[in-house]
Design a protein around this ligand. Structure first.
Ligand code: GAR
Length: 217
């Protein structure tokens, strides 16, 4: 077990992506170990999922910190106590400081509910519907200091149906995310995926356009 990648997951809410990652680690479709889960909200259901899986949990309440920098430093202290190889953002709804992002350069990964660079930020499902788009999706990317930017590794396309509301669409996107995220994490855990100076590399080849995964959720 000693060279299994150590993952720390950061979340703020329901944690369905965390659940997909827990399940994949148990089934060994991710050859990694979640060593800790940290939330900025004590009531995040994701913490309950982690406790059920016997994973150590912590809450670091951002409202108790005056400055973003001091919150991020508390996060860094906690994460580094776990000697994490990869920090997995799974619905972590805080903007991270440049210092935090630089500290974890190449070891910080996020899933975002849109086909980046389209629809950065929040309320992506509402905006997709308001604009009448017929295709939506999700992206996994290495994180840089700019919001929802950084090297996009892989994406899935998700159809938008005529009857969709923001919540039916969000639910469908999540089902695709639950396949996409474990797939990309396994690439990292097996040493196939890394961040280079000019972008992300898979099997030594630069990913110049995001890989499109065909997913049957
Ligand atoms: C997911 O849809 C994830 O892509 C999104 O939050 C949701 C978390 O769901 N993340 C972001 O919007 C980050 N900008 P979950 O808590 O059930 O995994």
């Amino acid at each position: 077990m000693s060279n299994v990648m150590r993952l720390v997951v950061l979340l703020s809410g329901n944690g369905s992506n965390l659940q997909a990652i827990i399940d994949a680690c148990e089934e060994q479709t991710i050859q990694g170990q979640i060593v800790g889960v940290i939330s900025n909200r004590a009531d995040a259901y994701g913490l309950e999922r982690a406790r059920k899986a016997k994973i150590p949990t912590h809450t670091i309440d951002h409202t108790l910190f005056k400055a973003r920098e001091s919150f991020d430093q508390a996060l860094i202290n906690m994460i580094d106590s776990y000697e994490a190889d990869l920090i997995v953002l799974a619905g972590f709804m805080r903007i991270l400081t440049e210092g935090f992002v630089q500290h974890y350069q190449g070891r910080l990964i996020n899933i975002h509910p849109s086909l980046l660079p389209a629809y950065k930020g929040t309320n992506t499902h509402e905006r997709v519907l308001a604009e009448g788009a017929t295709v939506h999706g999700a992206s996994v990317h290495f994180v840089t200091a700019e919001l929802d930017s950084g090297a996009v590794v892989a994406q899935v396309k998700v159809p938008v149906e005529a009857y969709d509301t923001a919540s039916t669409l969000a639910e469908r996107v999540l089902r695709y995310e639950h396949v996409l995220y474990p797939t990309v994490l396994q690439w990292f855990c097996t040493g196939r995926l890394r961040l280079g100076k000019d972008g992300a590399y898979l099997d030594g080849e630069l990913i110049d356009t995001p890989l499109q995964l065909v997913v049957e959720p």
